[in-house]
Design a protein around this ligand. Structure first.
Ligand code: TRP
Length: 337
């Protein structure tokens, strides 16, 4: 008897152009692994990106680039479903129903919204940003998702998704599957190379702290060689006392599969400089095939678009029946056919 694979769904925003090493090790690499064990649906969430102003041409370009990098990283369109969110109109259609089911106060308690809107000021904050979590809930619920691989920062959004799903089911009858968060591994936590107290992110204070996968490998190697390390000389994993060294060890370990203990032994009696040089080399070697594969997809936009059209078709085949059931239960009059 074939055992049924659990459905997972996750999304990544197409905003930064190139992925950085934190995106890759923190999320994308685990997405690639999950397609072997799960029924995986992944989306480049361009609608979410539109919650802040985007240049139209740049947004289109970033969506293609994000898809190409996901494929370059190893997502296989025959083993998972990969789509661009805006290609599947059911996402926005379900999001409206979910907006109407979510309390204003409930949405206003989302900490990510509170943080971002406090930073930007309310006039620069769109209503789209406010309803971001409800669109995310729609993404998840459309596919009867069981597990949502995300970072810890998304946990509250998953809880909201469960709450509204339960509310819908209680009011209209069993319709949605309740999803759980599948919090991605802590070992994949990658910090800024210049400020190892904060995680690697595109809002980094210094461009030298962030490693972009699509940059020239020479540029990235230089960043590793000038990474901030700690006082002392011993290469040892200790996130509190040696955050810079620990971050480099975590990256080394993630890229090679060697354990941190094996690396500590390897660097016994050697100085921080040796570690930095070797991580730079390991990265350079690792990134070459990734860039080559990604470039292949970028060089053939017609083929890339064809893969994405097929992904959208597969996604719609799953999403449309869910939306139909929801519309029927909510009481929207079906159009005569
Ligand atoms: N909000 C997620 C993030 O910033 C991206 C996202 C959008 C997502 N829709 C999703 C993640 C659905 C998981 C499931 O990381």
């Amino acid at each position: 008897m074939a055992t049924e694979r659990l459905r997972v769904f996750s999304g990544i925003q197409p905003t930064a152009g190139s992925f950085h090493l934190g995106n890759y090790l923190g999320a994308v690499r685990q997405w690639v692994g999950l397609q072997e064990t799960h029924d995986a649906v992944y989306s480049v969430v361009d609608l979410h990106a539109a919650t802040i102003p985007q240049d139209p041409a740049a947004l289109r370009e970033s969506s293609r680039l994000a898809a190409a990098q996901l494929l370059g990283a190893g997502l296989d369109p025959d083993r998972c479903t990969l789509c661009i969110q805006s290609h599947v109109p059911e996402h926005t259609q379900l999001a409206w129903v979910i907006n109407c089911l979510t309390g204003f106060g409930e949405a206003a308690r989302m900490t990510q919204f509170k943080d971002k809107s406090a930073k930007q000021g309310t006039d620069a904050t769109t209503v789209g940003l406010f309803t971001y979590p409800m669109l995310m809930a729609a993404d998840i619920l459309l596919y009867h998702t069981r597990q949502v691989p995300v970072g810890e920062d998304q946990r509250q959004h998953i809880e909201l998704t469960r709450d509204v799903a339960q509310r819908f089911n209680a009011r209209y009858g069993e319709t949605f599957t309740l999803p759980g968060a599948y919090i991605l591994k802590e070992t994949a936590k990658i910090q800024d190379l210049q400020d190892p107290a904060v995680k690697m992110s595109k809002s980094a204070s210094s461009a030298k702290g962030i490693v972009w996968l699509m940059d020239e490998p020479k540029t990235s190697a230089k960043k590793f060689r000038s990474a901030v390390t700690d006082t002392g000389t011993e290469v040892r994993y200790d996130r509190a006392a040696k955050p810079g060294v620990s971050n480099l060890l975590a990256i080394y370990s993630a890229l090679t599969g060697l354990t941190v203990e094996e690396l500590e032994q390897k660097f016994e009696g050697r100085l921080y400089g040796a570690l930095k040089t070797e991580v730079a080399d390991v990265f350079t070697e690792w990134v070459a095939p990734f860039r080559a594969r990604t470039q292949q997809f970028l060089d053939d936009p017609a083929e890339l678009d064809r893969l994405l059209a097929r992904g959208a078709e597969k996604a719609r085949a799953m999403a449309a029946p869910t939306l139909d059931a929801v519309y029927e239960r909510v009481g929207f009059l079906p159009p005569a056919r």
